[in-house]
Ligand binder design. Structure first.
Ligand SMILES: N[C@@H](CCC(=O)N[C@@H](CS)C(=O)NCC(=O)O)C(=O)O
Length: 395
């Protein structure tokens, strides 16, 4: 099945979490906020998310209808609404997606508006909100963020009391109620991460527990911190001044599916394909079988725990700028041999969604483009095993 979503959408994330909790494979399709032509064609005119396209071709809209239908028709979802708790589970879902959402979206929307990659998308988001809530509503919500935040905490208090005494909302296992809360929490993380971080620890502990059952972390989330350009400049300058290059492989990131990540200590590179288990090895371009990113740049943008969000495969302590690495140059890592290609690698809307608008501008800046801050693509010339810590040698 395919789930169409916006990354920030609480309703889409609710449906996605339900599907992931059931362990059902699902392709996530990121819908550009400003271009919903494909969505409108698929649904014959519905342009909100989520939309679910099932394997038999049927199309479902509206998160409640999607989740109801899956839990009713498909045995794989049965455990997510235990019959003895069906009433309370659905009541919590409806509370989370209505009353609680009404506060959570006001808290998140001012920053969500700023995170769209195009002026048009930002303007469209503001236009839609102002049409519904009046001119200047986003500015007012930004101004009133403390009061809205206080109401958010008040509404969340009973949930936190429950999570202090049991692992998930209705017991030992996650249900649709946890999925609905997760949708709201991801939206707030997207738009007001600092408010979330300031909440009592049981919420973040629950979130980590739930994410551990959703699939390989970090699960398409935004980075914990969006740094301003000056901070990235300073961090890169400090890293460059302080140490010599180790020419070692520091991190391996495998992407088993869209938004899913694994960071194994060892992996295999396969000739003319890429990293085993990485979905790009089957669908990627021949000149972009694997991507390499400089750890100094990655460290300037984000904490190490967030590096896998870049979507690059090999994090290397190596100068990968054009002056030292030309297309056609070869690098031996572990038992494998790579060849640098001329496929351009630039930051896109996903990078902005995860690391912020400043990070996107910073990696794509024209005056430093030849440094290849975003990374570089390579082909696999010889198959072989690679390990974190392997030396990287030019051949
Ligand atoms: N009742 C619907 C609501 C869906 C909804 O409001 N989706 C928002 C994203 S969170 C959307 O698509 N908005 C499009 C727009 O504002 O133009 C559901 O639960 O799926």
């Amino acid at each position: 099945m395919k789930l169409y979503r916006f990354a920030y959408s609480c309703y889409a994330r609710f449906a996605q979490a339900v599907i992931d909790l059931a362990g059902v494979p699902c392709e996530i399709v990121e819908v550009p906020f400003g271009d919903r032509e494909a969505l409108a064609r698929l649904t014959r005119g519905y342009i909100q998310v989520p939309v679910l396209e099932r394997d038999d071709g049927t199309v479902l809209t509206d998160s409640r209808r999607i989740v109801e239908t899956l839990c009713r028709d498909d045995a794989r979802f049965a455990g997510l609404v235990p019959p003895a708790q069906a009433a309370v589970a659905w009541a919590y879902v409806d509370w989370a997606n209505n009353l609680f959402e009404d506060v959570a979206f006001r808290l998140s929307s001012p920053a969500i508006a700023r995170r769209f990659p195009t002026h048009f998308e930002r303007a469209l988001f503001v236009f839609i909100k102002e049409r519904k809530y009046g001119t200047g509503c986003l500015d007012a919500w930004f101004r009133d963020a403390d009061a809205i935040g206080a109401r958010f905490e008040e509404l969340l208090a009973p949930t936190l009391a429950t999570l202090a005494v049991r692992p998930f909302l209705l017991g030992d296992k996650p249900t649709i109620a946890d999925a609905a809360l997760y949708g709201q929490i991801v939206m707030v993380e997207y738009g007001a991460a600092d408010r979330l971080a300031a909440l009592p620890p049981q919420l973040l502990q629950w979130k980590a527990r739930l994410e551990a059952t959703l699939g390989a972390p970090p699960y398409g989330r935004p980075a914990r911190e969006h740094r301003p350009r000056a901070a990235m400049d300073a961090a890169l300058a400090a890293a460059t001044a302080g140490s010599t290059r180790t020419a070692r492989l520091e991190l391996i990131v495998v992407r088993p599916a869209v938004d899913h990540r694994a960071t194994p200590a060892e992996a295999a590179l396969v000739q003319d394909r890429g990293l085993t288990g990485d979905h790009w090895a089957t669908v990627g371009k021949p000149k972009a079988q694997v991507s390499l990113m400089d750890v100094r740049v990655a460290g300037a943008i984000a904490a190490r725990d967030d590096w896998s969000l870049f979507g690059d495969n090999l994090f290397v302590d190596l100068d990968i700028g054009e002056a030292s690495l030309r297309p056609g140059d070869r690098l031996a890592i572990g038992g494998a041999l790579l060849e640098i290609t001329d496929e351009p690698h630039l930051g896109c809307r996903k990078l902005m969604a995860r690391f912020g608008a400043d990070a996107l501008r910073w990696v794509n800046a024209k005056d430093t483009r030849t440094d290849r801050r975003r990374g570089v693509y390579a082909r696999v010339i010889e198959s072989g095993a690679i390990h974190v810590g392997d030396a990287i040698e030019r051949r």
